[in-house]
Structure formats: C-alpha cells, structure tokens
Design a protein around this ligand. Structure first.
Ligand code: DAT
Length: 193
C-alpha cells in the first residue's frame, strides 16, 4: 500500500484536449474544498517542468518541441511525487512508474474540435495532423490502459465547459473516496495485534 497521505493524479490526453485547463482548475477546486484543502496541492505541468529543470537534450525544430531526457525527468519527478497531492499534466502517460500514480484521467475530444483548437494555438500542419490522428486512433487511451491497472484509468470527454465542470466534480469525489479508504486502512493497521 502507498505511504502517501494524498493521491497523485495524472491528467493526460492528446495536446489540446484540455489537460492544463483541467489541472489548473482541479488544483483550485481541491485547495478550496473543505475535505481536501489541508493538503498542499500542486499542478505539475510536465512540459514546463522539463524546460525549468533542463530535462532535455535540446529543441527539436521539426516538431517544435523539446527532446525529453527521460532518465533525468524521472529522477527529478521522483522527488516531487513522493509527498502526494500532485496533479501531473502531460501528453505522455507510459513513462511514469505505476507506483507514482493513483488515478489516470484521459481526456478526449472530438477530432474536428481538436483540430480547431490546435490551429488556433498556431501549431504547424504536421503537428496538427499527427495529434489529430493520435486522437482518432485513441493512442493515449491505449497507452494508459497498457501502463496502469484498468480500475484507475478513466476516460472523460472534454468538449464543453459543462463537461469540464462535471469532470472536476467527479475527480474531487474520487479524491474524497481515496482519502476515506486511506483512513480506513490506517485504522485497520492500528488495530492489528
Ligand atoms: P492541453 O493542455 O491538453 O494541450 P488546454 O488545456 O491548453 O489543452 O486546452 C486547449 C484549449 O481548449 C484551450 O483554449 C481551452 C479549450 N478547452 C479545453 N477543454 C475544454 C472544454 N472542456 N470546454 C471548452 N473549452 C475547452
């Protein structure tokens, strides 16, 4: 059983599905809810973290992204995830050890809407096409299902603000349930002779 007093949540999905928006609002909601506000919730945008900590071997002009040094990233994140109460936000989900993560949220979006979001963001055509195809082929969802126990992977739609609201409520309820189970486990351990 994990030693963490609070869970770590991974929000993943194809770029543009709403990871960063969800993660930022989720942390705000968790900080504001009486049942979860005693933890030091932190949004870890892994893309920004890679840049800040220099966990890369340079900028890839063709794909307009950093070439991630995975070993360095894992070493740096190992320290961060230990305390729990982290909301990790990244488009890759199969890199992290299973023991780090208690819930994997895979955000999904209609591919036409995703195309529009990425176009608006100014992505190059090769990047838009690649991501659009990945969303249609459910690449991230399949990676998540292959990398984590099925019961901790949830697929949530992220096309409207109403859906986002519902998603946040659902995750908050899940955190509350995780805490209750954790408290029960602690009680059981204390009762053992
Ligand atoms: P990601 O972090 O996955 O790349 P984002 O959080 O930056 O995505 O969101 C991309 C854009 O889409 C941004 O303008 C916000 C919008 N968006 C995301 N999820 C949404 C939702 N459920 N309803 C409406 N707009 C959404």
């Amino acid at each position: 059983m994990t030693e963490r007093q609070w869970p770590n949540i991974l929000i993943t999905g194809t770029p543009g599905t709403g990871k960063t928006t969800h993660a930022a609002q989720l942390v705000e909601a968790l900080q504001g809810a009486p049942s979860t506000s005693s933890a030091q919730w932190q949004h870890v945008n892994v893309g920004d973290f890679v840049k800040e900590k220099g966990c890369h071997s340079g900028f890839n002009e063709e794909w307009q992204s950093w070439d991630v040094d995975e070993d360095k990233l894992l070493d740096e994140l190992e320290l961060v995830q230990q305390a729990g109460a982290k909301v990790l936000d990244w488009h890759t989900c199969d890199l992290f050890p299973e023991r780090w993560i208690d819930l994997v949220v895979v955000l999904r979006c209609d591919h036409q809407q995703l195309w529009n979001r990425l176009e608006k963001r100014g992505y190059q055509m090769n990047k838009i096409q690649e991501n659009n195809e990945a969303e249609i082929m459910e690449v991230i969802l399949n990676d998540a299902r292959e990398s984590y126990a099925p019961e901790i992977v949830v697929e949530l739609q992220s096309e409207t603000p109403e859906q986002m609201e519902q998603n946040l409520e659902r995750i908050l309820s899940w955190v509350e349930a995780w805490r209750s189970n954790r408290a029960e486990d602690d009680d059981d351990e204390e009762e053992e002779p």
